[in-house]
Design a protein around this ligand. Structure first.
Ligand code: FE2
Length: 180
């Protein structure tokens, strides 16, 4: 649980996944028992369910995607994703500033995403609460959890520091794999 230190502290990682993430999993399993959703893939539940079931399923999907996109070492984007970023935002620095600003200004709880749209272009997108881009037929490439439980222990109200540090632990190989 310490591999993301100093960017995300061990206690935050532990609570995030053993309490928050696990709570969504436990609640969803309880909610879908004996329902049409019981044997569905998670993505199908996210796309088909409403209200409480959707919220819990989408938060599991979002948190799993977030966790899988973190690596404990710094890398730089290359290959296809770098070409897409340069074509859309002119440079990686401009892209980084845009996504950071979106995350900082994402009001309240939610997620800030880099997604691939249906015309194979990339976009920055803010969602609120549990909302998930796959319901808009967008393919997530990268995300930042901006709910306070993702950073408050270490950063308190300084979301901008948390988001700036997110850039040190991006799994760009995984972004490239999803992109194509
Ligand atoms: Fe979270």
């Amino acid at each position: 649980m310490t591999s993301l230190v100093p960017y995300i502290d061990a206690r935050t990682v532990e609570i995030h996944y053993t309490k928050h993430h696990q709570w969504y999993v436990d609640k969803l399993n309880w909610l879908i028992k004996w329902t049409e959703f019981e044997n569905m893939w998670l993505e199908d539940i996210v796309l088909k369910a409403n209200w409480v079931i959707f919220n819990n399923a989408a938060q599991i999907w979002n948190h799993t995607f977030y966790r899988d996109g973190l690596i404990p070492w710094w890398t730089v984007p290359s290959g296809n994703i770098l070409e897409k970023i340069n074509a859309k935002f002119w440079s990686f620095d401009v892209f980084k500033e845009n996504l950071t600003n979106s995350a900082v200004w994402n009001f309240g709880s939610g997620w800030t995403w880099l997604v691939k749209n249906q015309i194979w272009d990339i976009e920055i997108l803010n969602t609120s609460n549990a909302d998930c881009p796959i319901t808009k037929w967008l393919i997530p490439l990268l995300t930042v959890d901006v709910r306070e439980h993702a950073y408050y222990l270490n950063y308190q109200n300084r979301r901008i520091e948390y988001v700036n540090n997110r850039w040190n632990i991006v799994n760009w190989d995984s972004v490239n794999e999803i992109l194509w």
